[in-house]
Design a protein around this ligand. Structure first.
Ligand code: F0G
Length: 369
C-alpha cells in the first residue's frame, strides 16, 4: 500500500503542540536512516548505530525543529522570520520560509560558515547579513531584532524548535524497540541535546498531551547522554562562556550556548557527560566514518563519533552496549575537510591518477591482473 512519510509533525502530532487547524509547513523531514556502523561497532565492541540526519531535506537535523517553528510562525500570521546561524539553521530556515511563503533573514558570522551552507541560503533567496562577530553575537542581535521588529525568531530559544527536534528520539526508540543504552551527539548551542532528552523522557513514561489525553510509555528506559563539544569551543566543559570560540567545525563554533541549563540537566539526569574533542580527533572521526562505515558527515557532525573513539581509547567506553550516535549534518555541506582528512592518510588521495582511455591501462593502474 502506498505510504508517504508525512514529516515529523504529522507522524507525531499527538505529542506535539498542534491542533487540527494548525497550518502544517513540512518538507517531509525526519524518518532518517538509523545505520548500523559495523566498523565502529567492531572496533569498540558495541552495537553502534548512527542516526544520519544529513538525510533531511536541507541536509541537517535542523529541519525537525524548523517545521515546527515555521508552522507556528504561520499560525501566528508572521510574514518574516529571522535566525542567527553557523550555517545549518539558516539553510533550514531559508528553505522552510519559502515553503511557507515568508521572507527569511539570516545573521551569520562573517567568513565562518561553509560554502555549501552559504549556497543554500543564497539559493533560497534569504536576506543574508554577515556580522563582524561570532554566532553568539549574531544570536544576541537576532533576539533583539525579534523583540523590537515584526520578525519571528526561529532559533532554538524558540521552544517550538525543541518540540520538533525531540522527534528524533521518538524515531530511535520506534526503530530499536526501546531506548539505546547510550546516546551520543555533538553539542553547540545545545538545542539538540535538550530536544533528545525531552523526547526520550516523554517516551519513557505516560505522557499527557495538549488535548489532555494520556499516552502510554513507549520505552522502558532512557539512555545515558554523552555530549561532545569542540575543544576550542567548549563552554559547557569549562563551566563558563568562551569569548572567542575557535574550531574548524564551524557548525559548533559557539561560546555561550542558549540552552545551557537544559543541556546540563540532560547530562546530570541521565548520569551522562559533556566533554570535548580536538579538531584533529574530529577530522579523524569524520574520516573513519566515511572511509570505514560509508557515512559522510560534516566535521561538526563527527564530534560524537570522535567522543566515542576517545573514550574507547581511554578505556572508558562501555562494551556490548547499544549506542546511537547522531551525525547531525551531511558531508557535502563542507567538503574541504574531508579532502584534507583523506590527504592526511595519503597525500595524493585527492589527485586521481590520469590514465589513457583504454581498458588495459586502467586495469594496470588499478593493479588488476
Ligand atoms: N551539528 C551541526 C551540523 C550543527 O549545525 C549544529 C548547530 C550542531 C551540531 C549543534 O547542535 O546547537 O543544537 O547543540 N548548528 C547551529 C546552526 C548553531 O546555526 O546551524 P546544537
Amino acid at each position: 500500500m502506498a505510504h508517504l512519510w508525512q514529516g515529523v509533525i504529522n507522524e507525531y502530532r499527538d505529542r506535539l503542540p498542534v491542533t487540527d487547524s494548525t497550518p502544517v509547513v513540512t518538507m517531509g523531514e525526519g524518518g532518517t536512516p538509523l545505520i548500523k556502523a559495523h566498523a565502529l561497532s567492531e572496533l569498540t565492541g558495541n552495537h553502534v548505530w548512527v542516526k544520519f540526519e544529513g538525510m533531511n531535506p536541507t541536509g541537517s537535523f535542523k529541519d525537525r525543529g524548523m517545521t515546527m517553528a515555521i508552522t507556528r510562525a504561520k499560525e501566528e500570521g508572521a510574514k518574516a522570520v529571522v535566525c542567527a546561524s553557523t550555517g545549518n539553521t539558516s539553510a533550514s530556515a531559508a528553505a522552510y520560509a519559502k515553503q511557507a511563503g515568508m521572507r527569511c533573514a539570516v545573521l551569520v558570522p562573517e567568513g565562518k560558515i561553509s560554502m555549501g551552507k552559504m549556497a543554500q541560503a543564497v539559493a533560497h533567496g534569504a536576506d543574508i547579513i554577515q556580522i563582524d562577530g561570532n554566532f553568539d553575537n549574531c544570536l544576541e542581535v537576532a533576539r533583539k531584532l525579534s523583540d523590537s521588529y515584526p520578525v519571528f525568531l526561529v532559533n532554538s530559544v524558540n521552544p517550538y524548535r525543541i518540540q520538533g527536534q525531540k522527534t528524533a528520539a521518538f524515531e530511535v526508540v520506534d526503530a530499536l524497540g526501546d531506548a539505546p543504552d547510550y546516546h551520543i551527539l555533538p553539542v553547540g548551542n545545545a538545542g539538540n541535546i535538550t530536544g533528545y532528552w525531552k523526547g526520550y523522557t516523554e517516551y519513557a513514561s505516560t505522557f499527557t498531551n495538549d488535548a489532555g489525553t494520556d499516552l502510554p510509555a513507549v520505552a522502558t528506559k532512557t539512555p545515558v547522554m554523552w555530549g561532545f563539544q569542540a575543544e576550542g569551543a567548549a563552554p559547557l566543559v569549562a563551566g563558563h562562556p568562551i569569548d572567542q570560540p575557535e574550531t574548524i567545525a564551524t557548525a559548533i563554533r559557539i561560546g555561550n550556548p542558549a540552552s545551557w541549563d537544559t543541556a546540563i540537566a540532560a547530562r546530570d539526569e541521565s548520569d551522562g557527560l559533556i566533554e570535548s574533542v580536538t579538531d584533529e580527533e574530529i577530522i579523524e572521526a569524520q574520516r573513519f566514518l566515511s572511509s570505514r562505515d560509508g557515512v559522510f558527515v560534516e566535521p561538526g557532525s563527527a564530534a560524537g563519533v570522535a567522543g566515542l573513539l576517545k573514550k574507547f581509547r581511554a578505556g572508558a567506553a562501555p562494551s556490548e552496549a547499544t549506542i546511537v550516535i547522531t551525525v547531525t549534518g551531511h558531508g557535502l555541506k563542507d567538503p574541504q575537510w574531508a579532502i584534507k582528512g583523506a590527504e592526511a592518510e595519503d597525500p595524493t588521495a585527492a589527485e586521481p591518477r590520469r590514465v589513457d582511455f583504454d581498458v588495459v591501462s586502467v586495469a594496470a593502474a588499478l593493479g588488476l591482473e
